[in-house]
Design a protein around this ligand. Structure first.
Ligand SMILES: Nc1ncnc2c1ncn2[C@@H]1O[C@H](COP(=O)(O)OP(=O)(O)OP(=O)(O)O)[C@@H](O)[C@H]1O
Length: 313
C-alpha cells in the first residue's frame, strides 16, 4: 500500500529566504515519524505544507493519496492538526470550545470522550482564558483527535507540559498508533522521539541531514570507550587503538570509535598483558543527543561547513 504521507523534494520560501530546501520523506500507515531539528531548521514550515495549510514553492506532497493543499476537502475530514498555538476564543469554556469545533466535523467523538483522553474532564466548565499553558496545549490536542483522524499532525505536542502530562500525552499517542493512526510530529525533546518515533529525521537549515530509525541515526556517530589513565603512565604508553583519542585534564582518556567491540577488546588484552588496572572503565554507544548535537554544531549558516554530514534527502 502507498505511504500515507509522501513528501518529495519540497521547498518553501518566505520572500527571498528559502526556509525548506528540498525535503523528502514518507510515512507509512500506523507509523510515527518525528521531525527534529535546531531552532529555525524548517520543521514547522515543512509540517504546514504537509498539513495543506501552505502551498509548497516546489516539490510534491501527498496525504492519503491527495494533494493536501489543492484537494483540501478530500483530506480535511481525515486529518487532525495540533498547532503550536491554537487560537481559541478566550471567553468560551473548554466544553463550549470543543463543541464548537465538533460542529465543523463530520463524525466527531463525543466532546466528553475527547476531553477525557487528554485529562481535561475536570476543567470542562472553565473558560479558556483561565487555563494554564499546559492545559491549553492539551485542549488543542483534544481538538486534534476530536474528528477521529486517520493522520495526526502534532507540532511540539508536549512543549510546556509537566512531566506527568507529557507521559499521559505519550500514552494517548501510543494508543492512537495502536489503533492504526499515522502520526507526523515535530519535537525538541529527544526522549520524546526515542520513546515514540518509528523513524525520524533531523533537519538543519532547511534540509534533512539525518534520517532513519533511532538506531540508524545513532549509528552514524562514534561510540565512546573511556577510562582513567593509570597513575604513573604516559599517554604515549597506551596501545594504538582504532578511533580518536581524547585526553582531558590529563587523566581521563576517551576513545571515540566506530568499532566499539574491537577497540574494547584491544584495550582489555593490552591491560591484561601489562597487568594494568583500568579504573572508571566504560563503553557506551552514541546517543540520539550526540547525533543531534553533531548536526547542530556542523555549521553556523556557512555553506560548506556541513561537508561531513551526509545529506540524505
Ligand atoms: N511567516 C514567516 N515569514 C518569514 N520567515 C519565516 C516565517 N515563518 C518562518 N520563517 C523563517 O523560516 C525559518 C524556518 O522556520 P520554522 O518555524 O519552520 O522552523 P522550526 O524548525 O519549526 O523552528 P523552531 O524549532 O524554532 O520552532 C526560520 O528562519 C524562520 O525565521
Amino acid at each position: 500500500m502507498a505511504d500515507v504521507v509522501e513528501v518529495t523534494d519540497v521547498r518553501r520560501s518566505y520572500g527571498g529566504y528559502e526556509a525548506v530546501r528540498g525535503v523528502t520523506f514518507s510515512v507509512a500507515r500506523g507509523e510515527l515519524f518525528a521531525l527534529l531539528g535546531t531552532n529555525g531548521a524548517g520543521k514547522t514550515s515543512t509540517l504546514e505544507v504537509v498539513e495543506g495549510l501552505a502551498r509548497p514553492g516546489a516539490g510534491r506532497v501527498r496525504v492519503l493519496g491527495h494533494d493536501p493543499y489543492a484537494q483540501r476537502p478530500a483530506v480535511r475530514a481525515r486529518i487532525g492538526i495540533m498547532l503550536q498555538q491554537g487560537g481559541f476564543p478566550a471567553d468560551l469554556t473548554v466544553t463550549e470550545t470543543a463543541a464548537m469545533w465538533a460542529g465543523t466535523l463530520t463524525a466527531p467523538r463525543p466532546v466528553a470522550e475527547a476531553l477525557e483522553l487528554v485529562d481535561l474532564s475536570g476543567r470542562a466548565a472553565v473558560t479558556v482564558k483561565q487555563l494554564s499553558g499546559g492545559e491549553r496545549g492539551r485542549l488543542d490536542l483534544a481538538l486534534a483527535v476530536l474528528g477521529r483522524p486517520e493522520v495526526l499532525f502534532l507540532d511540539e505536542p508536549t512543549t510546556g507540559l509537566d512531566p506527568e502530562s507529557r507521559r499521559n500525552t505519550w500514552a494517548l499517542v501510543r494508543s492512537l498508533l495502536d489503533d492504526g493512526v499515522t502520526v507526523l510530529l515535530t519535537t525538541h525533546y529527544l526522549d520524546e522521539a526515542e520513546e515514540l518515533a518509528d523513524r525520524l529525521a533531523i533537519m538543519h537549515e532547511g534540509r534533512i541531514v539525518r534520517a532513519g530509525t533511532v538506531a540508524e541515526v545513532v549509528a552514524s556517530q562514534p561510540a565512546t570507550v573511556s577510562f582513567a589513565l593509570p597513575s604513573a603512565m604516559a599517554v604515549a604508553e597506551l596501545p594504538e587503538l582504532a578511533g580518536t583519542l581524547v585526553v582531558d585534564d590529563g587523566r581521563r582518556v576517551e576513545v571515540h570509535t566506530d568499532t566499539m567491540q574491537t577497540t574494547l577488546t584491544e584495550l582489555l588484552l593490552w591491560a591484561r598483558d601489562r597487568g594494568v588496572e583500568l579504573d572508571e572503565l566504560s563503553a557506551r554507544p552514541a546517543s540520539l543527543e550526540q547525533a543531534f548535537l553533531a548536526v547542530a554544531s556542523s555549521s553556523a549558516g556557512q555553506a560548506g561547513d556541513d561537508r561531513d554530514l551526509e545529506v540524505v534527502a
